[in-house]
Design a binder for this molecule. Structure first.
Ligand SMILES: Cc1cc2nc3c(=O)[nH]c(=O)nc-3n(C[C@H](O)[C@H](O)[C@H](O)COP(=O)(O)OP(=O)(O)OC[C@H]3O[C@@H](n4cnc5c(N)ncnc54)[C@H](O)[C@@H]3O)c2cc1C
Length: 176
């Protein structure tokens, strides 16, 4: 099979909508199918990371793609308006990772705790050290509760809820 060129990979990533590729230069990266497998670690199994993992595995099946995502269920924020409007069930917003596994993506339900870019390794919450050739970082956003005086996670759970973080498949999807 043909190698994936830099242009092809660019198309894959653009199609995947990945938030950030932590490293560039895939053109020189030995992901040539049949030459070297290559190891990609993807941090975050949301829309961005999961799409990137999927596109990479489909585009280069011999790549070793490992997806790190602590939650077993991803609840999409998109389409939440349809749920709130009564047009979709909440269950329809929940997605597991079986499809990616079937493609051959190794899904590890742990959090990435740190990245050593010199050694090219990711340390997981379960104590694993995952080596990578290329790293995709797509962890979404986090809220800095203390950036607004008087605001806190406790306040967000009560008086002033926000709608930015879904809850990974639990019964209460959004804090509003
Ligand atoms: C209420 C709401 C409604 C929206 N509606 C729409 C819409 O209608 N259309 C639209 O296009 N967009 C919509 N969006 C925006 C859309 O949801 C985001 O753009 C999209 O989810 C971003 O994808 P992402 O993969 O970057 O991040 P996320 O979807 O947030 O995924 C990030 C993933 O990374 C994981 N993660 C975080 N830290 C780590 C770590 N250290 N290690 C491993 N994994 C980690 C998280 O568990 C999470 O699963 C909406 C957003 C919200 C909040």
């Amino acid at each position: 099979m043909a190698d994936i060129s830099r242009r092809d990979l660019g198309k894959l990533v653009a199609g995947a909508g990945a938030g950030a590729f932590a490293a560039t230069g895939f053109g020189t990266f030995a992901i040539a199918q049949g030459v070297s497998a290559g190891r990609v670690v993807v941090i975050g199994g949301g829309a961005g990371g999961a799409s990137a993992a999927r596109a990479l595995k489909i585009g280069a099946p011999k790549l070793e793609v490992t997806l790190l995502e602590p939650n077993r269920i991803y609840s999409s924020s998109f389409f939440s308006n349809l749920y709130l409007g009564g047009f979709r069930s909440y269950a329809s917003l929940n997605h597991n990772y079986d499809g990616l596994r079937r493609l051959g993506v190794r899904v590890v339900h742990q959090r990435a705790n740190s990245v050593d870019t010199a050694k090219k390794t990711v340390r997981t919450s379960g104590g694993q050290t995952l080596p990578y050739d290329k790293l995709v970082v797509s962890p979404g956003i986090a809220i800095k509760y203390d950036s607004i005086p008087g605001y806190s996670e406790a306040v967000s759970n009560g008086r002033a809820p926000h709608a930015y973080l879904t809850q990974g498949g639990t019964a209460a999807p959004w804090r509003w």
